[in-house]
Design a protein around this ligand. Structure first.
Ligand SMILES: NC(=O)C1=CN([C@@H]2O[C@H](COP(=O)(O)OP(=O)(O)OC[C@H]3O[C@@H](n4cnc5c(N)ncnc54)[C@H](O)[C@@H]3O)[C@@H](O)[C@H]2O)C=CC1
Ligand SMILES: O=C1[C@@H](O)[C@H](O)[C@@H](O)[C@H](O)[C@H]1O
Length: 338
């Protein structure tokens, strides 16, 4: 039984605690903490876990075998580094850290430790639709891939959400997905700013990102974060001989009164419900008997941050910004293709 301590009991922290408590096997949440001590205490009481005063004491607790970090992005680096120092596996929600420099510090700490401890919460790799799309691509049915069209639409975002977050917080999922889907690196980023939606106040929304890949494949990503009608994630690969797209996720199609309709999920918790379950179960299983995590690594988190930084520079400067990665420690070799 893996005993897990969770840092950050906000929206996704509580959702992951629910799945580890009520859905998944081989795991028990024994400890929680949050800067909002009242929320942490209430969550702890509801599942019979201990509430810790801070992340540092939770990480070194003898009742915690592995750590899950679900606090705000700028706090991730400190907790992931502390978990590595304690020699404990750590699942960190995306982003691994908010700058490429911070991600590189984590990569270097893990490489110095000598084996993998870190997994980053890029859950699309566990989604049935994305996995089916990758299987079609890998079978070669489409011929050589040429382009991919993506859309990442949120119904709404909170008031503190900035135009840069459309890249660092939102499109960062596509950045990781593209590296995994095509098994190659993104080499340059452009960002275009279409006519502004009236739904987002002063926010520059939507954005259109264009990624260049090593092989010449081009990927475009629309981020629309105030689309109102729901949470809509799309992806279509165009190959030499055909196309393949993420399918409809609805178990039922309704035709009534002269109209056909599919329900649209409200947010990521609904759209990626099963993907998060699979992601966590595979993480738990990988750690059984002292094993190492096999999902998105600290290097993946670092690479996503470098592309994301390039996207922010392109957004601010209106230029094509090349992506330059540091030299990869041996621990992560063949990571993209895994
Ligand atoms: N994989 C995915 O699809 C998603 C990932 N996320 C990621 O999960 C993380 C949390 O996001 P949400 O749950 O939406 O935010 P949230 O604001 O609902 O929850 C974050 C919690 O962290 C706590 N916190 C902040 N600083 C802390 C610190 N230093 N120590 C302990 N607790 C601290 C806050 O009090 C809050 O309760 C973010 O990194 C976000 O990017 C969020 C939504 C979906
Ligand atoms: O990770 C997530 C949020 O943090 C982010 O704010 C949303 O835009 C994404 O759709 C969601 O998956």
């Amino acid at each position: 039984m893996l005993r897990v301590g969770v840092i950050g009991t906000g929206m996704i922290g509580q959702d992951h605690i629910r799945r580890m408590t009520s859905v998944l096997a081989g795991v028990r949440v024994t400890a929680v903490t949050d800067v909002d001590a009242a929320v942490a205490a209430s969550v702890a009481a509801s599942i019979g876990a201990a509430s810790f005063p801070d992340g540092a004491s939770l990480i070194v607790s003898d009742d915690v075998d592995a750590v899950v970090v679900c606090s705000w992005g700028p706090t991730h680096e400190e907790y992931v580094l502390a978990a590595i120092a304690a020699g404990k596996p750590v699942f960190c929600e995306k982003p691994l850290a908010t700058t490429a420099a911070a991600c590189l510090r984590i990569v270097e700490a893990e490489a110095a430790f000598g084996s993998r401890l870190v997994q980053v919460g890029y859950m699309r790799r566990y989604d049935a639709s994305y996995r089916a799309l990758k299987a079609v691509l890998d079978r070669g049915d489409l011929g050589a891939p040429l382009m991919m069209h993506c859309a990442h639409r949120n119904a709404s975002v909170p008031g503190f959400y900035s135009r840069e977050m459309a890249i660092t917080d939102t499109a960062v999922h596509e950045i990781d997905m593209v590296r995994w889907m095509f098994g190659e690196e993104i080499t340059a980023v452009r960002v275009l700013t279409p006519r502004r939606s009236g739904n987002g106040g002063d926010l520059q929304d939507p954005l259109l990102l264009i990624f260049e890949l090593e092989s010449g494949v081009l990927v475009d990503v629309e981020t629309s974060v105030n689309i109102r009608y729901g949470y809509d994630i799309r992806g279509e690969i165009v190959g030499e001989n055909g196309t393949a797209a993420l399918g409809s996720l609805s178990p039922v199609q309704v035709r009534v009164a002269g109209a056909a309709s599919d329900p649209v999920p409200a947010d990521w918790r609904e759209r990626f419900l099963r993907a998060y379950d699979v992601e966590f179960q595979e993480w738990i299983d990988s750690l059984a008997g002292g094993g190492q995590p096999v999902g998105p690594s600290a290097w993946d988190g670092y690479a996503a941050a470098v592309v994301s930084d390039a996207g922010v520079a392109a957004l601010r400067g209106g230029e094509r910004v090349p992506v330059v990665l540091a030299s990869q420690p041996a621990l992560y070799r063949a990571e993209v293709a895994a």
